[in-house]
Write a protein that binds this ligand. Structure first.
Ligand code: ATP
Ligand code: PH2
Length: 161
């Protein structure tokens, strides 16, 4: 069994509903169990900025799927939830990224793990820190990494319940 972390983002339509459906789909796979879900964060768009704000969460999973099969399943969920790929870093109903998979590393274009841009993305690191306090990157603790990130444009959303 491997522990992994997935980053989810949505900035079209009912964003919370897309995130909730994606988490449900992840958990429905017979070889994946969702063990933790972060709070929801409303985040200003990074990269291509002329688009709606995102809603982001990070989930922790236990899985028997090997990394590429996990990626395929993440892509399948994006298809199911009808993500449209029109503009790079542009609007999407749902984006599911593989952030971490145990201590596995891969530099393949199809699957780069750890996700190559995660360490500089506050919309990933802040929800990740909520559910994984001991992550390190090249010996640097997640707390230190977050200290050096711009936290503007990241707002925790309380949906109640
Ligand atoms: N760790 C990873 N998680 C998800 N996709 C990955 C990963 N590493 C490489 N990829 C590849 O990245 C490709 C493009 O992914 P995608 O369109 O979701 O990028 P994006 O979400 O717009 O941007 P970003 O990768 O910066 O988050 C996918 O075809 C996928 O194979
Ligand atoms: N705030 C925010 N910005 C983004 C996001 C995202 O999920 N949240 N995803 C991107 C491509 O994966 C590009 N920019």
């Amino acid at each position: 069994m491997a522990k992994g972390y997935l980053g989810l983002g949505s900035n079209m339509g009912d964003k919370k509903e897309y995130l909730d459906q994606a988490v449900e789909q992840i958990n429905q796979h017979p070889s994946i169990t969702v063990t933790k879900v972060s709070s929801y964060y409303e985040t200003d768009p990074v990269g291509y900025t002329d688009q709606d704000v995102f809603l982001n969460v990070v989930v922790e999973i236990d899985t028997d799927l090997p990394p590429y099969e996990l990626l395929s399943y993440c892509n399948e969920i994006e298809e199911i939830l009808q993500r449209k790929r029109l503009i790079r870093w542009g609007p999407r109903t749902i984006d599911v990224d593989v952030l971490l998979y145990e201590d596995y590393t891969s530099n393949d274009e199809k699957l780069t793990v750890p996700h190559p841009r995660m360490w500089e993305r506050a919309f990933v690191m802040i929800p990740l820190y909520e559910i994984a306090k001991d992550i390190t990157n090249n010996g640097e603790h997640i707390e230190e990494i977050i200290k050096n990130l711009c936290k503007e444009g990241i707002r925790k959303v309380d949906y109640g319940g």
